[in-house]
Write a protein that binds this ligand. Structure first.
Ligand code: TRH
Length: 377
């Protein structure tokens, strides 16, 4: 019999919570033949990346996943075989009672945030709290052996490689978005939180000897882009040129299209968690705007990732990348670090491909979750 999974997603802010859980839910259905209910408390965030979502529906099916609106007033629902609380969200108390009331206790996991820090390996799969005999476990995604790995659909790398080898497919995809880069222009994408360091980077790109076409999906960075351009408003479809730099605002596209966008670009600035991982699967150089946390603890996470990511780079290329990423995440001066990175571009590009292939040797997160369940029953 198919295992039944319940995934709970509380949309705290942004798109990472739903982005990760929606991706996981689909993969469990398609690749592991699980029956999955995805409980989401904010369907509007979901609709942005999956426009078929009916934001009024309490129950609907999307790509084989049963999507349920997680209401403030919970109504009695039998618990599933496997229960995932994403990013430490609190399950409805009545649902926890239903878990405890089951004849066979369910496997209850907290799917944690992604981090490259050392301690993750020691905490992955450890027991957490207990509720009336139902044990909760920590489940950590990660980049190292001994973690739960990263979300990666079967055949993803091969699809990406085929797409990147097919100039016509890329052109067609970009034309569908109204993107027509000039011959020889570098294509970049920018998805980031508000960042005072942006102006310095755009100044540098606009005065560079080589043309850059920068694609900016609608989102939080748009205010900074607008200020730098000196325009009163920006909306999807707008294109502005400043010397060597063309800035084009894109609509927020469906999740699969966002992958294609990353695959088309020579360089991707990404943020949070899911777009960060997707940019790594794109096999191209990237810049990460990490989600800011109290007391700057996100900077430790940034350093932990950088230490891992740069370990096989030459000292000079590593220093260039680290300086750029740190400047971006502290809203520092971007011009010099960017110029330094350009000096090491071939090495950094090759490294992005190597890193991607190395990471793809790990079991993916959905498979790791299924394996944990199978070893647990
Ligand atoms: O939106 P985010 O900033 O989400 C964040 C992080 O996950 C953070 O860790 C978490 O604590 C916070 O949310 C609550 O960035 P992230 O994780 O990259 O999620 C964005 C999602 O949006 C991802 O699934 C890709 C998707 N996306 C599209 O589908 N279309 C688009 O056009 C774009 C730009 C993104």
């Amino acid at each position: 019999m198919k295992a039944r999974w319940d995934i709970f997603c509380s949309v705290v802010d942004n798109y990472g919570d739903i982005g990760v859980t929606w991706r996981l839910a689909r993969q469990l259905v398609v690749e592991h033949h699980c029956e999955v209910r995805l409980w989401v408390d904010d369907l509007r965030a979901f609709e942005r990346m999956c426009p078929e979502v009916d934001v009024q529906a309490t129950q609907q099916w999307q790509d084989g996943v049963e999507v349920r609106h997680w209401p403030a007033e919970w109504s009695a629902t039998p618990a599933a075989d496997v229960v995932i609380a994403a990013f430490a969200c609190q399950l409805p108390p009545d649902y926890m009672e239903a878990m405890a009331a089951r004849e066979r206790t369910p496997l209850w996991m907290n799917l944690d945030y992604l981090s490259a820090e050392d301690w993750v390996v020691g905490c992955h799969r450890l027991p957490s709290v207990k509720f009336k005999g139902v044990q909760k476990y920590f489940f950590f995604p990660g980049f190292r052996a001994g973690t739960g790995g990263l979300l990666r659909e079967a055949g993803l790398i091969e699809q990406r490689q085929a797409f990147q080898a097919d100039a016509a497919a890329q052109r067609q995809f970009l034309q569908g978005l109204g993107v027509f880069p000039a011959a020889g222009a570098r294509l970049f994408s920018l998805f980031a939180y508000e960042n005072a360091g942006l102006a310095g980077w755009l100044d540098t790109l606009s005065t560079d000897g080589r043309a850059t076409h920068l694609l900016v999906p609608e989102g939080r960075i748009l205010g900074d882009v607008q200020r730098w351009l000196g325009v009163t408003a920006l909306a999807a479809g707008d294109v502005h040129q400043r010397d060597a730099l063309t800035v084009q605002v894109l609509p927020f596209v469906r999740q699969a299209h966002y992958d294609h966008l990353l695959w088309c670009c020579d360089f991707n600035a990404v943020r949070g968690e899911d777009s960060f991982v997707r940019a790594q699967w794109a096999g191209r150089p990237l810049l990460w705007h990490i989600y800011r946390q109290d007391e700057d603890i996100h900077l430790d996470k940034l350093d932990a990732f950088l230490a891992l990511y740069t370990k096989d780079l030459s000292p000079a290329a590593s220093a260039a990348l680290v300086t750029l990423w740190q400047a971006w995440n502290t809203e520092g001066e971007m011009a010099q670090p960017w110029k330094l990175l350009l000096e090491h571009w071939p090495e950094v590009s090759q490294h992005a491909q190597r890193w991607c292939l190395e990471q793809a040797l790990q079991a993916d997160l959905a498979t790791a979750l299924v394996q944990f369940y199978e070893s647990w029953i």
